[in-house]
Structures are given as structure tokens and as C-alpha cells.
Design a binder for this molecule. Sequence first.
Ligand code: FRU
Length: 489
Amino acid sequence: MKNTIFLLTFFIASFLGPVSAFSAKPVKTYNESLRPQYHFTPEINWMNDPNGLVFYKGEYHLFYQYNPFGNEWGYMHWGHAVSTDLVHWEQLPIALFPDNDSKDKEIGTAFSGSGMVDENNVTGLQKGKEKTILLFYTSQKCGQRLAYSNDKGRTWIKYEKNPIIHFDETDDARDPKVIWHEASKQFVMVLYRKPNNDDKQKGISFYTSKNLIDWQFKSHLVGFFECPDLVELPVNHRSDDKKWVLFNGDGSYLIGTFNGEKFTAESVKMLSDYGANYYAAQTWSNIPETDGRTIQIAWMKGGEYPKMPFKGQMTFPCEISLKKFTEGIRLVRQPIKEISLLHEKGEVYENRNLIPGIKKNPTHGVKNDCMHIIGNFKLKTVDKFGFVLRLDKKNNGTELMYDVKTKVLSCLGSSAIVEPVDGKIKLEILLDRSSVEIFANDGKVVMSSCFVPNENGDGLYLFNIGGELMVEKLEVYPMKAIWTKEKEK
Ligand code: FRU
């Protein structure tokens, strides 16, 4: 009898909503145990690459690779969300459906691409007073295509003379990213290609156009795979010293010059992220000059979310720029300043000298599964220090550690060398329910990782081993959820 009642409760609860593994109570959407609270996720189903990132009239548009039918890759559509602050997102209906009503898992589906506002109506597609928003996408095995909106991105029309670049079955062309190149006064498309189906020729092709519809091939650079992006960034914030950065799908990048047709590298390819889950990064188009930032977001590829109704999360949006170091120019990436909109009242610790074994855990009492942690540490005589995240009473949790001798920062199986600056290390950590992003030394080294945390712990433990560590300043902010409206549903 008891069993029957249990089964009945379970059965009814499954109709009411997702059921947690530990109770028969329905868990509210956007409050599930592994649901990121301030990183973007679709309400249900599979998500991969960010697509079509564009700003228009106060709204940041975020499109994404989306399978509306399940929690695995395939049947790609473009999901859509908008935000006025890049932090709180409103989900909108699906923007792009597969072409020709395709029901195939791949052929004709809407693969990755980019967005742009047609400021001067060079396409001639503007109807009323709203400027046209363009989406360039790959219709898988059907060429590069264009879709547009005349109503601030609320409805989307496929361009009637598609494709704008024809499909070639001896190639594997995809993921068009379109930018305006001011110096040569033309539009440039970077497109991943594999000419002659030859793995050795995998790379990025550069095309140019005056009207965003007719494209001419100009050059090809080998050694790249999927989801390219091309941005011009100031070095040390100087508008008279700029370099071009060419991104690969895995987030690695080249620094160089670009004359509108050809990219000339001035660096070797470098990693922009040392974690296991940074992929298909893309930057927003049409951010006003008064803002001036270059803002990038990526898909946290490979994340696992057991028993969750969704699969995939985005990184937190970041500002990217270039900085000169003694070893050369490097990309730096830092969370956008709007992150502070999500801070709950935090704790600030200053000038605490930690002696091993004496002051055990200065962050004792700090409890939360979502935090923004910013710490400046003077290394003194310490051998190793770090944090245990999601700590429980049995001292289990996820370790993030810096080893002073080897200069290695490690977390969740990933590691990177971080050089101290004047004997100090700065760590900024974004902890969410299923991700940890670490920005070391103001974004010079970044490590983005997904994780399935210790379910029973929400403590934070700052530890030091082998010697003294001076905590010059440590700020710990519990984070507000961005999904309050969704949780009320
Ligand atoms: C990268 C990628 C892209 C492609 C899309 C399909 O993750 O393979 O090259 O357009 O995903 O979902």
C-alpha cells in the first residue's frame, strides 16, 4: 500500500514539473540543483554555440544553437533571448528554423553564424523605420544564408535569394562571422572552411562585400577549426595602437594585422582559456562607440547536468582587450562590470595574515552556492594556497589551488602557469551551481570549467599550506539569481 502511495505521488509530481532526486516535491524551473543562477541557460533542451550576437536600440540579442526536441545535439534551430544589461535575459521564441522545412537531423538545419545591424540599409531590406537586423548562418550542406528582421528582432524572414554563398560538397564551410572593416570601407566575412575536403586545408577564409549580400573570396589561412571571430582591439586601451585578433573555435587566438583581405600573424597561436569548457566564443556587433567595449561570450562545451531538463550553459559575458607584457602582447578577459548588479551584500576582509594551522578559515560562515570572489594575495612564505568551493561539513569540496614553486594554478583537472606580479597573485572567481570561472591577474589567465559540485556543501574555505599568506583584500559576494521571473512561474 505504502509503495502504491509513493508511486502515485511520484507519478503526479512528474506531471507537475521536474522532480529532484531526493524529494517528490516538484522543483521550480530555474531553481534545479545544477541550474546556473547567473549564467545563461535555455529553459529546457540542448544548447551549444552563441550565435548572432548583436546590439540594437538598447537590447543585446543572444541567439544560440538549439535543439527544441531534446537534450542532445541535432535538429539545430536558433534559440533567442534579449537583455538590456547583458545579465538578465528574457527568453524569446525560436528565431531560425531549419530551411525548407527540413526534418533531417543535420541537412538544412540552422548552424552557427553571426548578426549585424544594417545601419545604412546597404541590403535594401529595410521596410519601415526600424533598421534591418541581419543574421548570417550556415544552412548545413545548403550554403551560407541570410535572414533578417524589420521589427527589432521579433520576427525573422529568410532572404528570398538565399544562399548568399553557395554550397560546395567538396568543402565543409560554416559559421560565418561578419564585421565592418573601417579602413577599407567594406564588410568582411570570416568563414570556417575545409577546401577539397582536405584536413590539412582546414582554416579560415576571408570574404569581402559592399552590400552584405554579394561576397568575394579574398584569402585563406590554414590551421583553424570552426567558429571564427575577427576583432580589432586597442593595446593598453590606446586608440592609436590597435591590433587584430583572430579567434579559433576552441578560443585560441592569433594577434596580427588585417588589411581588409588578408590576415598577417605577428604572434603564435595562444590559448585564451585553460579550462576544459570554453568554446565557440563570439563578440557582440554594433555596440555603440560611447560604450566602446568588445564583449565576448562562449559556450561551456562538454558540461554535464545529470537529471536536468536543459543541457548547456554560456560563460559569463566578458570584456576582452589587449595588454603589453614583457613577453609580448596578450589577450586579457574580465567579467563585464555589470556583474556587480548581481551582488548581494558581501564580506570584505583586509590585511589578514594567514599562518598555517593558526587562523584556520577566515571565510568560515560564508555560505552560498553562487558567489563572486575577488582576492589579492601576497605570497610571503606560503607554498600553496587556494579555495575549497562547495565545502561540506566533512571537508569535501572542489579545490582550486595555486602552487607557488611551480607557479601552477589548478582546478577541476585543468592547470595553467600564472606568474606572480610583485610577489602577488590576484584571483577573481565566478562560482555558479555548475560552473567555475577563474580570472587570474586581471584576466591574463582564464580557466572556465563546468562541474557537478558536492551537493551537500555550500561553504567556502580559504587555505594556505607551508607558510604565510597575506590576504591584502578579499571580497566575497553571494550572487542574486537572474531568473526570478522564471522561478515564479
Ligand atoms: C561548433 C559547431 C559549429 C556548427 C555548430 C552546429 O560547436 O560544430 O561549427 O555550426 O556547432 O551546432
